[in-house]
Design a protein around this ligand. Sequence first.
Ligand SMILES: [Zn+2]
Length: 244
Amino acid sequence: MSVSSTTPSPRLWLIALGLSLICTAIPLSTAQATVEPEPTQAPLETTTTTAPPVLTSKDVQVTYKVNTKDKVVFITIDDGFHVSPELARIIRRHKVPITTFAMPRLVAREKKWYLANKNMTFENHTVNHRSLTQLSYRQQRKEICRANTQLRRITKQEPTLFRPPGGNWNKTTKKAVAACGMKHLVMWNVIAEKGVLRMPRGGLTRGDIILMHYIPSVDETLELLLRQIKHDGLKPALLRDYLK
Ligand SMILES: [Zn+2]
């Protein structure tokens, strides 16, 4: 009995060896199966990420005043904390189109107020309002691209225009603006602040870009500005309709 019980053991060894060969072969074949698709997947990923048109700094236009034959001017209001029911009333009574350049957190803070204005667009003014000329390319790009992401989330709109905080920009800024997918760096040529209109030509002319801020005097200044616009035979328009 003991002999007959030991005789099958070489066969068992052979079976065990065969099984172990199969077992080692299985992980090998599955490992190959998981490795193989990678080369085909990698080029697919790169083609999808490079698919949108890549802009360079040469595509970025700097605008102080819009070149147009239309009798229009552009009211832009930047950051600041002051929004009020009175300001909303003035905007709605005269159906004033307004281009807002505000940090995303300020728009988020008064989201209800801002989004109630139907003829208003929300454009890029960076995340932290830092002076861009003091920053590296990577830092500038981060400040600008992140503002777009945040504004998109808050307003469900895609910002297309960029205004540098304090009007400070350099060649690197244009490169960063392009990298963030925008073609327009918007400055201004008229300032309307604290009840005073600073107009280089003594009055308003077509294509003027007017800079204002969301500060407590904004209501009276906007009413004064609207009277001036009417006086000069012009109408306010949205920058987005002219800077494509
Ligand atoms: Zn600002």
